[in-house]
Design a protein around this ligand. Structure first.
Ligand code: FNR
Ligand code: LAC
Length: 352
């Protein structure tokens, strides 16, 4: 797997504004850069003389069997990368036995995405708008279309300062409109968030959403143990340690640094996932050893989608699988449930 090369190829195919939108972060992109760097700084302490004749990457996510502890992160406007957009992403994920999360800001409808791979596991990511009836409609549609969970994203209260996007603006071509929402004010992300997103979300929002359907609720955008514990106490079935790929608060802590605190605070009461800068099988090993049940991958999926549609997405996921299988074998850990924090070198976890 050569994700740097894949990104270069994708960059060559994308409009400059679309590349800036996919690749960028906020302000000086400190956190966007810190995410992959923090995983890379961690060192592994592999076991030897453990039978690794057979290695399995299979697990369950909220009870749903998946063949890979790598999910496709929810990402907006995927038709900017490929004409089949989210449909191709869902096909590619299904081909790999991986779970894909569909964004509220998708350019294909909830129902169309479900129809391309009816039996594949998939969740729906929710942004709560000021008009709460929009969330009620989206959650009802997701439940009816067989999505297995609602992933509430909570780190986008106000518009982000994406200076790369300001320098290289995104010109929205035809056909990349948001397929699941009525026409709303605001073309680009900043305007849409500023005009429409509800900045007054609280823990009571979780209570309200839990009442809208039977679907389990996953809360995405945690960087602190106390917040994660509060979400779990309000009934979240899982939390995602995430700084939105460095696209929200710049200088936010990297997710590798935040993960152990969240795992400790949740204390087994809910599943914990993590995303941001996970670019190698060894990064997945580190995240799972530190207590995540699975990871989500963002931008590499977009590079695969841009270069090769569904097959490109599947190739990226298969790249993670191949690396993860080899890395687990080299760590002397044949199954994911045998990963534990002592596999990661102390002290200071992030020290080199
Ligand atoms: C995102 N992300 C995101 N998250 C979310 O909850 N809803 C969304 O609509 C989007 N949209 C989106 C668009 C693009 C272009 C990117 C790159 C990211 C954040 C995403 O789910 C995830 O948290 C990060 O992308 C993970 O970091 P990496 O793997 O991209 O470093
Ligand atoms: C983004 C929003 C849409 O990161 O989640 O661009």
């Amino acid at each position: 797997m050569d994700l740097a090369q894949l990104e270069r190829q994708a960059r060559g195919k994308l409009e400059p504004g679309a590349y800036a939108y996919f690749a960028g972060g906020t302000d000086d992109e400190v956190t966007a850069a810190a995410n992959p760097a923090a995983w890379r700084r961690l060192r592994l302490r592999p076991h030897v003389l453990r039978d690794v004749g057979e290695v399995s990457t299979a697990t369950t996510l909220l009870g749903t069997p998946v063949s890979l502890p790598v999910m496709v992160a929810p990402m907006a406007r995927q038709r900017l990368g490929h004409p089949d957009g989210e449909l191709a992403t869902q096909r590619g994920a299904a081909g790999s036995g991986a779970l894909a999360v569909l964004s509220t800001h998708a350019t294909a409808s909830i129902e169309e995405v479900a129809a391309v791979a009816p039996d594949a596991p998939r969740w729906f990511q929710l942004y709560v708008h000021r008009d709460h009836s929009l969330a009620e409609g989206l959650v009802a549609r997701a439940a009816a279309a067989g999505y297995g969970a609602v992933v509430l994203t909570v780190d986008l209260a106000v518009p982000p300062n994406r200076e790369r996007e300001l320098r290289t603006p995104l010109e929205l071509p035809e056909g990349v409109g948001l397929a699941n929402l009525p026409p709303l004010a605001g073309e680009d992300v900043r305007e849409r968030v500023g005009s429409n997103f509800d900045p007054s979300l609280t823990l009571q929002t979780i209570d309200w959403l839990r009442g809208l359907s039977e679907l389990p609720l996953v809360v995405k955008g945690m960087l602190r143990g106390d917040d994660a514990a509060a979400c779990v106490e309000h009934g979240a079935a899982a939390v995602v340690v995430s700084n939105h790929g460095g696209r929200q608060l710049d200088s936010a802590v990297s997710t590798a640094e935040a993960l152990p605190e969240v795992v400790a605070a949740v204390a087994g009461r809910a599943e914990v996932y993590v995303d941001g800068g996970i670019r190698r099988g060894t990064d997945v090993v580190k995240a799972l050893a530190l207590g995540a049940r699975a990871v989500l991958v963002g931008r590499p999926i977009l590079w695969g989608l841009t270069c090769g549609g569904a097959a490109g997405v599947r190739d990226v996921l298969e790249g993670y699988r191949e690396e993860l299988e080899r890395d687990l074998a080299l760590c002397g850990v044949p199954t994911l449930d045998q990963l534990s924090a002592d596999l990661v070198a102390m002290p200071g976890r992030l020290g080199t």
